[in-house]
Ligand binder design. Structure first.
Ligand SMILES: [Zn+2]
Length: 733
């Protein structure tokens, strides 16, 4: 009998180590509408490069920039000098770009916990109703279709599962090159279909400049900072797009809009990245339009613009009727046909409030003035103080400064009031009385009532706390749990209700093996914020690992009530059923997981395992090969597929899979041992012995197994075999 172990997927490790994957990718292909197409309508491509400060591009005056392709867009189009993003947060800001509404109107105030309201009218919906073919390619989990920004897109490519695994506490992301590969493939396929006469709208989101900064080596070498290296690398992808459009002869009949969702503080105002403050460093974004049919080349638009202006401007440039938004159609002004308007540019950040209990920030810019509403309000004159460092309400408080602040304060009120007319409210998650009960029973519920009140601390005073959490996250990403934990503990001492810090700490504890402490922290986190599906899932995982199947099952059901799309929970449910012996139910859960996200390998693997355990190797092989199809470098899938083929007598196929497994994980000896068996069966003693020696070099040392394995019998008199046996401490029989 062949000594081929079923790959031992340690249950405990499996349950714990796949933790905090926030992904259920799915690409929705909605039915195409059959609106009539207009032959002359231009194509539209909207490019958003995440986390891109305007002043780090060559065309915005940055001398060290290596951004020839973005600069080319500016040379051949109109560059907006002062475009302001509505918030330094990815999902809310993109929602403004795609709806023409400010955050108080669309209601999406933070990442991860908000969904774009169904009733919002997106640019994609508008263009689809005009006969456009609509397609999006996004590069980060934070824009996954579950957040509902896919409204109106025929195709929404958010399949990020095949990318390298995300570290803990990081959004799963896709390198710009991969996103561009997919977009170019789509464009090429489309252009080759001669029947295709509908114009297209493509939204292309590239994430590279976002932390962690990890540019290709050449870009790192040639750029002053790693952040600039990421920008240089993303610029090259835009070059590929321009080249493809030129090659297809559609560049000039395509409206190109280029912008970002927010900038990056890079240490200014004591903030390393973005999310808290709304100074120029995080809200001044690039904005460029290129469309030679209607817009001049090499023009700088000196007027003010907002992300909300993008949708009405694109509709106008495409000759489509406007739709009610809070933005302005800038098409005439960009072309120089009408004077630039002075407009109030609104920005906010609710992240300090929603994640930290601090005060939210709301601000407005008009002409040279910046005003920020905060417990300690701020007023800057950017003509004299472009970095917004001299708060005129503090350093030189005068009556005229106060009067100016009052005027600007009223502009914020106007924008918030105006937002009411759209009647959109973000879909809030309801409180789940079951969870509350459970927490009360556990004695944690008291925390909620006596929750610390930060009294709406000014983010200027609280930014150190934010930076501490960020630092702990960076340490965790590097696996330095022991250094991250005390940082988080010190934050929690000051802010016991800081759910995010609490969850990160709990995950550090899981990683360090302090499961009881992890459990307590997850429960405290739920006490402060009961509706956290992911935390319930993590608690279920702990229960599962400790053999408490009943309560694990309850946690996973609760997760699915809150997050019906959680593929993670479906797979854990299936795994739980199979551990408890109900493989039929397990298979049902895996089917559900596959339907929800066909791009993940794990459900296929589990399906394969069920068949394998029942010795239905043909069926098992089919599932494992499906897993390989979506994840070619998956050790378990290749090894298991190899074993199945071996059992089925398909030795050529077995060898291919086993070699792949051996290459995929060079620490595992099992594929090599199995290959030795396979070669021995083929009466190829030399190759068999070579594999066996390689297996020993990788740590195989089970002499008894070697001596009793019938598969090795034909080798047992070979001198190399005897040498190996001796090396493993055996005696010559
Ligand atoms: Zn972003």
């Amino acid at each position: 009998m062949l000594y081929c172990l079923k790959v031992s997927r340690n249950r405990f490790a499996f349950v714990l180590m796949t933790a905090l994957c926030l992904l259920t990718a799915c690409s929705r292909a909605k039915d195409s509408g059959s609106a009539s197409s207009e032959a002359s309508a231009p194509n539209i491509i909207l490019i958003t490069v995440d986390t891109l400060r305007a002043d780090h591009l060559g065309c915005y005056g940055y001398r060290a920039a290596r951004t020839p392709n973005i600069d080319r867009l500016a040379m051949e189009g109109v560059r907006v000098e002062h475009a302001i993003a509505p918030t330094p947060l990815t999902l809310p800001s993109h929602t403004s770009i795609l709806t023409g509404l400010e955050p108080p109107a669309h209601g999406v105030r933070d990442n991860g916990t908000y969904r774009v309201p169904e009733a919002a009218v997106t640019l994609a919906e508008r263009l689809k109703s005009e006969g456009y073919q609509t397609q999006a390619f996004v590069s980060a989990e934070v824009l996954h279709s579950r957040y509902n920004l896919d409204q109106g897109f025929d195709g929404y490519d958010d399949e990020l599962w095949n990318e390298a695994g995300a570290s803990d506490f990081m959004y799963r992301e896709r390198a710009g090159q991969h996103t561009m590969d997919r977009a170019l493939k789509w464009l090429t396929a489309r252009s080759s279909r001669s029947s295709e006469d509908a114009p297209f709208f493509v939204w292309l989101h590239l994430f590279d400049p976002h932390v962690p900064y990890d540019p290709p080596e050449a870009d790192a070498k040639l750029s002053p900072t790693a952040y600039d290296g990421e920008i240089a690398s993303v610029d090259r992808q835009i070059g590929r797009l321009l080249a493809a459009l030129e090659q297809q002869n559609v560049l000039d009949e395509t409206i190109l809009a280029f912008t970002s969702d927010h900038g990056e503080s890079l240490g200014e105002h004591q903030e390393a990245t973005h999310a808290i403050f709304i100074y120029e460093s995080t809200v001044h974004v690039p904005l460029i339009f290129r469309y030679p049919r209607k817009l001049p080349a090499h023009r700088i638009y000196a007027g003010a613009a907002r992300s909300a202006d993008i949708m009405p401007t694109l509709l106008a440039l495409a000759g489509k009727r406007p739709t009610p938004t809070q933005g302005a159609d800038l098409s005439q002004a960009l072309a120089g046909a009408s004077p630039a308007q002075s407009v109030a540019q609104y920005s906010e950040s609710f992240h300090p409030k929603l994640a930290f209990g601090m005060a939210p920030l709301q601000g407005v810019r008009i002409n040279e003035w910046t005003y920020i509403r905060a417990p300690r309000p701020e007023l800057y004159n950017r003509a004299a103080d472009p970095m917004e460092l001299r708060n005129l309400l503090e350093v030189a408080s005068s009556d005229s400064a106060k009067a100016q602040a009052t005027k600007l304060e009223s502009l914020i009120n106007n924008i918030v009031e105006d937002s009411g007319r759209f009647g959109l409210v973000s879909e809030a998650q309801p409180l789940d009385p079951q969870t509350v009960k459970m927490l009360q029973a556990l004695g944690y519920m008291g925390d909620v009532e006596t929750q610390e009140d930060l009294g709406g601390m000014d983010p200027k005073d609280g930014v150190q706390i934010f930076e501490k959490v960020e630092k702990a996250i960076v340490l965790s990403q590097r696996g330095d749990w022991a250094s991250a934990a005390p940082l988080l503990a010190s934050v929690l001492e000051q802010l016991p209700g800081h759910v995010h810090a609490r969850n990160v700490l709990a995950m550090c504890e899981v990683r360090m093996g302090n499961l009881q402490a992890a459990r307590e922290d997850f429960l405290k986190s739920l006490a402060h914020k009961p509706q956290q599906g992911q935390v319930l899932l993590e608690l279920g995982r702990l229960d599962f690992a400790e053999g408490q199947y009943q309560s694990a099952r309850r946690r996973f059901s609760e997760t699915l009530e809150l997050l019906p799309d959680s593929v993670e929970a479906m797979i854990l449910m299936g795994y739980l059923e199979s551990v408890e012996g109900d493989t039929a139910k397990a298979a049902q859960w895996y089917e559900r997981a596959i339907a929800a996200d066909p791009s993940r390998p794990d459900a296929y693997l589990h399906q394969g395992d069920i068949e394998f355990q029942n010795r239905r190797f043909k069926q098992a092989q089919g599932w494992y090969e499906k897993a390989i199809g979506v994840s070619p470098r998956n050790f378990s899938a290749s090894f298991q597929a190899g074993l199945c083929a071996f059992y089925l007598g398909d030795l050529g196929r077995a060898e291919r899979h086993l070699l792949q497994a051996s290459e995929t994980d060079t620490n595992r000896w099992e594929p090599l041992y199995t290959l030795a068996c396979l070669r021995a069966r083929r009466r190829d003693a030399d190759a068999a012995l070579t594999y066996l020696e390689s297996a020993a070099a990788r740590g195989f040392d089970d002499l008894a197994q070697l001596q009793r394995d019938p598969c090795m019998a034909s080798l047992s008199t070979e001198p190399r075999f005897l040498n190996l046996a001796r090396a493993l401490g055996g005696t010559i029989p």
